[in-house]
Design a binder for this molecule. Structure first.
Ligand SMILES: NC(=O)c1ccc[n+]([C@@H]2O[C@H](COP(=O)([O-])OP(=O)(O)OC[C@H]3O[C@@H](n4cnc5c(N)ncnc54)[C@H](O)[C@@H]3O)[C@@H](O)[C@H]2O)c1
Length: 455
């Protein structure tokens, strides 16, 4: 049995945590089901590119947690982020000599540390599930960036692993912790728009980004030398091998290369879809029918470039999923404001539409509603990152638990599969299988490059 290690004692003894591995006792090692307030939650950060470094900054602001390790196959990124962490604690503690954040190239070394309670995973999409499964097997709780896996079978394996290992999972769908999204969903759930019958969800796509750059986005396929200090083989991991090119391992590249992701139909689509599922009260299921169209991009980025899908839920609600230009056009039929993304709920007595910039409604007076004590109030969480730390401590399910991730991501996968096989998809949400289409069913699985496998 290891001892508790309070925040106060951390602050007192942090000065002792110099270049050697920090002597930290994690909450999970205490053998208790939850961790008392004041005890620190110890975090490691896997993938510290654009998003991972932003998350790291957010987590550093959370009380009663300590970030002790970062990991990235780019030596320059991991060293820079470890230095940022040390600088943060040096200033916070008034100890200029503080130097305790370890920098790893290989996530397995970070996961082997038994002083780490939880990990924040912000790698490219193709690594989310393989790393998160290894993490929960190693007894870590996981904050996993959206989208979830690169196949439906990966998503299902992720859920099994979280449940079998009794770990906390939180999805990187931070809109759930924003007040306006919660309020929109509360209006829908409490019947303020009457009976919900239609949902519109839309987001940016490759073609909307092309308009910003004013040129086709295809990505270079010209092989070039791998930069020094970069472990390209580990970056690829379970993805098929292909030559390194200038555009391959950038943030944008991994968003749109099909080997690494599904493109924005899942990557950006995860956000409006997550809110759609929340408002429809269908977090534990997915629509049963998918019919629509879309186009696969050319060049390096051969993910879906635009899409327009109509899906039907078992509860009869219809959902239209769209890429940006179509979504903007459809929303203009309701309201003159235009937004690159959003989720609109339409009922037989009104509508409400929410995005990161605004919440709009018809009639607008709906926005003055104050819920009564007997109405459905959703859990109020205003900081997605503090909430994760709180869940690691209390062992209560997060506001974005694993099945929300699995189900909303399944919707993106089924639209993608429908485009690739060129016909509508019927889905059995109980068995979680595609109905009567062997070719589409094969696309629910992707093989992993050896020696990687989902264990
Ligand atoms: N929730 C949000 O709003 C939001 C916003 C942006 C990005 N994201 C998600 O965050 C993820 C990362 O996006 P990004 O823009 O930061 O990309 P990025 O390329 O800037 O960062 C990803 C980092 O992961 C590293 N990496 C690759 N393989 C790794 C491995 N095996 N172990 C450790 N690190 C590894 C890469 O080297 C890179 O530094 C994506 O899945 C993206 O969809 C979420």
């Amino acid at each position: 049995m290891k001892n508790s290690y309070s925040r106060r004692s951390f602050l007192k003894s942090a000065a002792m945590l110099t270049a050697s591995m920090p002597a930290i006792i994690p909450a999970s090692a205490l053998g208790r089901t939850n961790t008392p307030p004041g005890d620190r939650i110890v975090l490691g950060h896997i993938g510290v590119g654009n998003r991972g470094s932003a998350l790291l900054r957010s987590f550093l602001q959370v009380d009663d947690q300590q970030s002790v390790a970062v990991c990235d196959p780019y030596a320059n990124k991991r060293k820079a982020q470890a230095a940022q962490v040390d600088k943060f604690y040096a200033e916070k503690l008034g100890r200029p000599d503080y130097k305790a954040c370890a920098a790893y190239g290989d996530f397995r070394e970070l996961l082997a540390r038994d002083d780490i309670d939880a990990v924040v995973i912000a790698t490219p999409d193709h690594w989310h599930v393989p790393i998160a499964i290894e993490a929960v097997k190693a007894g870590k709780d996981v904050y996993v960036e959206k989208p979830l896996g690169v196949s439906i079978r990966e998503n299902q394996a992720m859920r099994r692993a979280v449940r079998q290992n009794g770990r906390i999972f939180q999805y990187g769908t931070q809109q759930r912790s924003w007040r306006q999204f919660r309020f929109a969903v509360e209006l829908v759930r409490n019947g303020y728009i009457g009976t919900l019958h239609t949902i519109h969800a839309w987001c940016p796509d490759i073609s909307s980004q092309e308009q910003a750059f004013n040129e086709p986005i295809v990505g270079s396929q010209q092989p070039i030398d791998i930069p020094a200090g970069f472990d390209y083989d580990l970056w690829l991991g379970p993805a098929p091998w292909s030559p390194y090119t200038a555009d391959r391992c950038t943030s944008f590249g991994s968003y749109h290369h099909y080997d690494n992701s599904l493109g924005f139909i899942a990557g950006w689509g995860a956000h409006p879809l997550d809110i759609a599922q929340w408002g429809n009260n269908t977090d534990d299921t997915a629509p049963i029918f998918y019919e629509g169209k879309g186009e696969i991009n050319k060049g390096l980025y051969e993910s879906v470039r635009w899409w327009d899908f109509r899906c039907t839920y078992q509860n009869g609600v219809k959902m239209r999923l769209m890429s940006e230009a179509i979504g903007r056009q459809v929303f203009s039929e309701l309201h003159p404001e235009t937004h690159s993304h959003g989720t609109t709920f339409i009922g037989d007595e009104g509508w409400v539409s929410v995005n990161r910039a605004s919440i709009l409604a018809g009639p607008m007076s709906l926005l003055d509603v104050r819920l009564g004590p007997r109405e459905e109030h959703l859990r109020e969480r205003n900081n997605h990152y503090a909430h994760f730390v709180e869940c690691v401590r209390t062992r209560l399910d997060s506001i974005s638990p694993v099945n929300t991730a699995v189900q909303s991501d399944i919707i993106s996968h089924l639209c993608d599969i429908s485009i690739r096989v060129g016909r509508p998809i019927r889905w059995d949400p109980q068995q979680e299988e595609i109905i009567g289409d062997a070719e589409a069913t094969r696309r629910m699985t992707r093989s992993l490059r050896s020696p990687w496998r989902l264990s």
